[in-house]
Design a protein around this ligand. Structure first.
Ligand code: SF4
Length: 383
């Protein structure tokens, strides 16, 4: 039986069969009585054997129907629980997306507010790097860096325009105006250079601070050595050859290894889940590595948010680590086995040219082919 619907159909057939046998037993019983009245005990005994067999068939059919009904109820219950799990997972995903959206919105609004503030300060004549600019409220060095870079670009464009104006003045024989314009161009170019150098100074300071905070985290780890950085490999999986590159491979004191991937941007904590994971690189490296892998993690190097996000075996924990969500939390070895199966499945599908139109949630929003794609029609048809 492959589905609840099949179980229901077969159960009905069995109940009808039981009814037929019951009727047959009833008729045979009447015949047996008639034969007895006629004094034909032999014929009556033969009919009673028919009655017995028919009643046994009734019991068998009813018990099989009851078994199928129990099975159907179990399947229904399992399906209901799976639906409920999906619903809860969807709900969580929607809530997480919404939180991300609100955080993005807030960040954008803060960006805009700060950008407007810095631009106003600079427009009003405050020198880049001056106390007035740098001591502005809630200075985020990264945003300040961007403002200086944009300011430098604006100054450079202004200098080019002044140069162009000077050239035209010269063509019209107005050497005096041309000299004036060249003076403007030079002053603006100096301002652009100052803005760029201030941006570089800020960025250097930010990176030094970030690096020293990161090294504090690394120092709090147990003994390890960096075995490799930017390690490139050609691996084979599901009949497909794939190039991998691990940012860093650390060897622990007991010989096991941890694979690290540096990230300065956002990483989804659900990126290792499902049949088509969003962040398959580290699982792929773990699934194809020949060494004994004890963990994989993103090394998050972001201002105000440093630490690890990953999954490790017992005894290989990393400091300041948040756990990546996985489908069914298990030992690290079992998790690697699960990733291997998922990735082999994807590799086989790719090799066989399987290209179903089945985009993941949110994929279409980033896609450049939306104008040509008929996914909406397919989704409408699916209801
Ligand atoms: S818009 Fe079409 S091509 Fe693009 S991701 Fe969605 S389904 Fe794929």
């Amino acid at each position: 039986m492959s589905s609840a619907a099949d179980s229901v159909r077969l159960s009905r057939v069995l109940m009808r069969t039981a009814e037929v046998f019951e009727r047959r037993a009833g008729v045979a019983e009447e015949h047996a009585q008639s034969w007895e009245e006629l004094g034909r005990g032999d014929k009556a005994a033969e009919r009673r054997r028919v009655v017995r067999r028919a009643r046994e068939a009734v019991l068998r059919a009813r018990s099989e129907a009851a078994r199928l009904e129990r099975r159907r109820l179990e399947l229904d219950e399992r399906e209901r629980r799976a639906d409920e799990r999906d619903r809860v997972a969807d709900e969580r995903e929607r809530a997480a997306d919404e939180r991300e959206r609100i955080a993005d919105q807030r960040e954008r609004a803060a960006d805009e507010r700060e950008t407007r503030l810095y631009e106003r300060l600079i427009r009003e004549g405050a020198e880049p790097g001056s106390a007035r600019v740098s001591a502005s409220p809630a200075v985020d060095p990264r945003r300040l860096f961007e403002v200086f870079m944009r300011t430098a670009e604006v100054f450079e464009r202004s200098a080019a325009l002044a140069e162009e104006h000077a050239r035209r003045c010269e063509e019209r024989g107005r050497g005096d105006l041309a000299a004036e314009e060249r003076g403007v161009a030079e002053r603006v170019r100096v301002a652009a250079r100052r803005a760029r150098s201030e941006a570089a100074r800020l960025e250097q300071r930010r990176l030094e601070k970030l690096l020293s905070e990161w090294l504090e985290i690394e120092k709090s780890r147990g003994a390890f050595t960096v075995r490799a950085t930017e390690q490139k490999q050609l691996v084979s999986l599901g009949g497909l050859e794939v190039k991998t590159r691990a940012d860093r491979v650390d060897r622990l004191a007991d010989g096991r290894e941890i694979i690290l991937d540096y990230k300065t941007g956002q990483v989804k904590s659900r990126g290792w889940q499902g049949d088509r994971p969003d962040e398959p690189q580290l699982p792929l490296y773990c699934a194809t590595s020949e060494g004994t892998i004890a963990g994989a993690a993103f090394a998050l190097i972001r201002t105000g948010d440093l630490g690890f996000l990953g999954y490790t075996d017992a005894g290989a924990e990393l400091p300041a680590m948040k756990k990546m969500e996985v489908d069914a939390p298990a030992s690290f070895g079992e998790q690697v086995g699960a990733w291997r199966m998922v990735l082999e499945g994807l590799a086989v599908n790719f090799r066989e040219g399987q290209a179903d139109v089945d985009p993941k949630k949110g994929a279409c929003e980033q896609c450049g082919l939306r104008a040509l794609c008929r996914i909406r029609e397919i989704e409408d048809a699916r209801g």
